[in-house]
Ligand binder design. Structure first.
Ligand code: ATP
Length: 601
């Protein structure tokens, strides 16, 4: 119930007055429909299908109309009534059309609002939020779960419309015959009470649907990301088995829901038949109701009963979709808690913070888990990254190199200790401003499924053709891009799959340089290059020294040869080595682990 309340509040908050206008239109539609039915009896009377005493004369209000119609010349009465009937029905149809369009707009607008709010909250979340979560869950929520919420919104609007319609028609029926309507309503209420349990069962099915589709998305994302490993290790059959089992569970879950709905529909049909029999018996034998009144009540309830069924089935479906809204809300709440920038960055700050002296760590501790016994990835790290110089970070795999770089770039916050930018603590605002000035080239370079040109322009849309080629030249990519059949307009494929690892790395490096950063961070950025290309890039990076702060994570000695200082990390602890200008010799292995011969902590 709480989830439903939150959902309704959210819908009301989004739609505001539009929701009440929709409700008013629904009321008007119900009234028009009721008037249309009400006109049936005078019509049938004028057609001579009902006897005088059993016709409109016995109905409230209709008697006056009927008399007025009878006052008209005989040739005009029926055409006037029929024309009025067509007019009422036309107005109802036009209003219905307008209401359907507005309802669809409201539904789509609401779903877009949810989509946008969640996407924005995710985009504004800090890095640790992403580190601790599965990416496929975001896809799942933003696609499949949102589609379920969209469906629930559609059904909710239908349900409200059915409810309004039903209430109005029941009101009319009451007015026509309070006794008969009371009988039908008592039976209806008894049935609704019995059916309540079925809505709860629908909710259980909905919970299972959320859980299964989340697994489905997570599995698919993992499998297609790792498809090369699967194919090369001939693991297809075990993944197929997993897929068969999960889709089997999804199928039976869906079948459960279909069974639930079909049973509900048949229960309603059976009870409708029993009710009509009881109703006819009581009307004729006990209450001695007139033919006109009986006809109207039968018409009304014949139209209303399917609405009861629709209300029940709509409530079941909404019940089964509400868990999707709950998951959405939960992620929204969690990402709001992890929000690092509440509002859009002012344009002037997009320039980025220019680091003059350097970035420093003072007794920095960091760990990924928030449990007490979680291992520290960085322990008591003290170091200074001087501005305009090149610092290399080396160490064994898992020593904490990427974590340290993430802290220096302001992506992560230390658990204790301080990161200082030009001697001032790197508080949130400064960290965000710093990131505008950073270009980061990851270990696993990422390219969008787009042309090379668009991949480059993604970081600097205003860059001219000359600047693109200069950046490509810098990263030793010019030759291979020129050789591609469509040059800069060649589409690189999903994550750049149509290029070799080394080509991808060089393009990402070109993109990083194109941004003209004041801090360039290279995380094993040349690991996939051959010696020749690496040497060319190394020379280019050497030429950058003095113009920007360069931080490189490296395994190869060749990569750190030009560094001004080397930070050796070992199990999260850092040792800093000043390097003689002539470069590093074999005394320090880039794999880390050797004792420092000089340095400061
Ligand atoms: N997302 C994460 N969640 C939990 N622990 C993590 C996460 N990322 C890294 N770690 C842990 O933090 C420690 C440091 O990892 P980090 O990636 O910084 O090492 P690294 O020196 O960059 O390694 P490599 O050279 O293999 O990339 C490791 O023990 C690692 O297991």
């Amino acid at each position: 119930m709480t989830d439903l309340r939150h959902y309704l509040n959210r819908l009301r908050g989004y739609a505001g007055m539009r929701l009440y206008a929709q409700l008013a239109a629904m009321v008007a539609l119900g009234l028009f429909d009721g008037i249309g039915i009400y006109m049936l009896v005078p019509m049938l009377g004028l057609l001579g299908l009902l006897g005088d005493d059993a016709g409109a004369g016995s109905l409230p209000l209709a008697g006056d109309w009927f008399e007025a119609l009878r006052g008209l010349p005989a040739d005009y009465a029926l055409p006037v009534l029929l024309a009025a009937f067509v007019l009422v029905m036309t107005m109802q149809a036009l209003l219905q059309r307008e209401q359907s369009i507005r309802s669809a707009r409201l539904q789509q607008g609401f779903v877009r609002h949810l989509r946008l709010t969640l996407y924005e909250a995710l985009m504004r979340s800090n890095w640790i939020f992403f580190v601790r979560r599965r990416r496929s869950d975001f896809h799942h929520l933003l696609t499949s779960e949102l589609a379920r919420v969209s469906q629930a919104t559609y059904l909710l609007l239908q349900l409200v419309s059915s409810l309004v319609f039903t209430i109005i028609q029941v009101g009319i029926a009451f007015w026509l015959s309070a006794k008969l309507t009371a009988i039908v309503l008592v039976c209806g209420a008894a049935i609704a009470l019995v059916m309540r349990r079925r809505i709860r069962r629908a909710k259980d099915v909905g919970n299972r649907t959320s859980e299964l589709s989340q697994r489905y998305y997570a599995g698919l994302t993992d499998h297609f990301n790792g498809i090369k490993d699967i194919k090369s290790n001939r693991l297809e059959s075990s993944y197929l088995d997993w897929f068969r089992a999960l889709t089997g569970r999804m199928e039976s879950n869906f079948a459960d829901f279909a069974r639930l709905q079909a049973t509900t529909a048949s229960l309603y049909k059976i009870s409708a038949a029993a009710l009509i029999a009881l109703f006819a018996y009581l009307a004729v034998e006990a209450l001695h109701v007139g033919a006109g009144e009986l006809l109207l009540i039968v018409v009304l309830f014949a139209r209303l009963w399917p609405r009861f069924t629709a209300i029940q089935s709509g409530a079941e479906q909404i019940g089964s979709s509400i868990p999707a809204f709950r998951s959405l809300r939960q992620l929204e709440r969690e990402s709001a808690e992890a929000c690092e920038s509440a509002e859009a960055e002012p344009a002037e700050r997009a320039e980025g913070l220019q680091v003059k002296d350097g970035i420093a760590c003072r007794h920095v501790y960091f760990r990924y888990g928030d449990e007490d016994d979680a291992e520290y990835a960085l322990k008591d790290v003290c170091l200074q990254i001087p501005a305009g110089k090149m610092t290399a970070i080396v160490g064994k795999s898992g020593a904490g190199k990427s974590t340290l770089v993430d802290l220096l770039m302001g992506l992560l916050e230390p658990e204790s200790g301080t990161v200082l930018i030009d001697g001032k603590p790197a508080l949130r605002e400064r960290r965000l401003a710093l990131r505008h000035a950073v270009s980061y080239v990851a270990q696993d370079p990422f390219l969008f499924h787009d042309s090379i040109r668009d991949n480059l322009l993604a970081v600097r849309p205003d860059a001219g053709e000359d600047e693109l080629w200069t950046a490509l030249r810098f990263s030793a990519s010019e030759d291979f891009v020129k050789r591609l059949p469509e040059g800069l307009d060649t589409v690189v494929g999903d994550r750049g799959i149509r290029l070799s690892g080394g080509e991808r790395q060089r393009l990402v490096l070109a993109r990083a340089i194109l941004r003209k950063p004041s801090i360039l961070v290279l995380d094993e950025a040349t690991s996939a290059l051959d010696a020749d290309n690496e040497a060319r890039i190394q020379e280019a990076i050497d030429r950058l020294k003095g113009t920007m702060t360069i931080i490189v994570i490296a395994h190869r000695l060749s990569t750190i040869r030009g560094a001004d200082q080397v930070v050796v990390l070992e199990r999260g602890e850092a040792i800093v080595k000043e390097v003689e200008r002539q470069g590093l010799t074999g005394e320090t292995s880039a794999g880390g682990g050797s004792e420092p011969s000089a340095g400061a902590r």
